[in-house]
Write a protein that binds this ligand. Structure first.
Ligand code: SF4
Ligand code: SF4
Length: 312
């Protein structure tokens, strides 16, 4: 589950180019009105237009830009326009500070679980087949900041639809959550009109595999072995080295880590009686999938030998 991005509300590129290059105030005013209608449609409150346009005209950011638009250079107009759009979104949300249960945040992804959510597993609302682990060191996109990076600590998330990436508990027919009364903490805190609430929650302690597998000593020992041998940080370091030095020997090291990951997965299903569907929770995503984040994929040749090749 991700926060809706303010930047997703945009006029089309040709109109924006014209707006920034012509510099005519009349076009600026018409552009603001059009953008506002799009923002209100996105927030499902088209009827708030009169109220929001009145508030916009009183806004210092809008007033300054309205007075100076014709004097600014196109690049400055473009930058100030972005700032104004964020302001308009805030103003519009100010007139709609509540959840409509539109389900759009559920379509953007799934929530991470916090300590409070452990009871959803003990009560059977969630099962280990419906969640997966992002291990420390995995390459991920940080939703709140929109940047790529390496995950600093482990997260457990609800699984997402394979192609569409929405939360598996999103019900298409009712356009909403199928476990609404038992939804995880992040979903209860989610408030598209108040991103700070989610930012604060993000600082709180997350649920990890070791919180959930307290008793099974064999499994815990296997997790330690897997985390040590198949540490995603080793992949990250190897691909960084490949990038910096061009040393292709790195690929053999990566293949060796991938082989160990596959072997441990086999062992856990065959010897520890775990189900295939639980592996993404117990051992995280297979490393053969994770290498795709580095632009590589694994292929088998005619002799059955695995190779890492470019995924471009
Ligand atoms: S928080 Fe509510 S109104 Fe906002 S996107 Fe999610 S479901 Fe829709
Ligand atoms: S658990 Fe429910 S509320 Fe939370 S993201 Fe999934 S569908 Fe939406």
């Amino acid at each position: 589950m991700k926060q809706n991005s303010n930047h997703s509300i945009q006029l089309d590129a040709a109109r924006l180019r014209d707006l920034f290059h012509s510099g005519r105030r009349k076009k600026f005013v018409a552009g603001v009105r059009l953008a506002l209608r799009q923002i209100l449609a996105k927030l499902h409150v088209e009827g708030h237009y009169d109220q929001v346009i009145t508030l916009t005209k009183q806004d210092p950011c809008y007033r300054e830009l309205n007075n100076t638009w014709e004097e600014l250079k196109p690049a400055v107009r473009s930058q100030k326009w972005q700032e104004l759009m964020e302001r308009l979104v805030q103003i519009a949300y100010g007139t709609r500070p509540y959840c409509l249960r539109c389900g759009e945040c559920c379509l953007l992804g799934s929530p991470s679980l916090h300590l409070e959510d452990a009871e959803l597993l003990s009560r059977g609302v969630l099962s280990t087949r419906q969640i997966y682990t992002l291990r420390r060191g995995e390459p991920v996109k940080f939703n709140l900041e929109g940047r790529l990076g390496v995950l600093p600590s482990e997260l457990i998330k609800i699984k997402q639809h394979e192609e569409k990436h929405h939360c598996i508990f999103y019900g298409k027919n009712q356009k909403g959550c199928t476990i609404y009364d038992h939804r995880p903490l992040q979903c209860r805190v989610q408030a598209c009109w108040d991103p700070e609430a989610l930012e604060k929650l993000w600082q709180q302690e997350k649920l990890t595999r070791r919180h959930l597998i307290k008793e099974d000593q064999d499994l815990l020992a296997m997790l330690d072995v897997h985390d040590e041998r198949c540490d995603p940080k080793k992949l990250d370091a190897a691909f960084t080295r490949l990038h910096d030095t061009g040393d292709l020997a790195v690929l053999n090291e990566v293949l060796d880590i991938l082989r160990q990951d596959t072997a441990i997965r086999d062992f856990v299903t065959k010897k520890l009686n775990c189900k295939d569907e639980e592996l993404d929770f117990l051992l995280g995503r297979p490393l053969v999938e994770i290498v795709r984040a580095y632009g590589m994929k694994v292929e088998k040749d005619e002799d059955g030998v695995y190779h890492l090749v470019s995924d471009q």
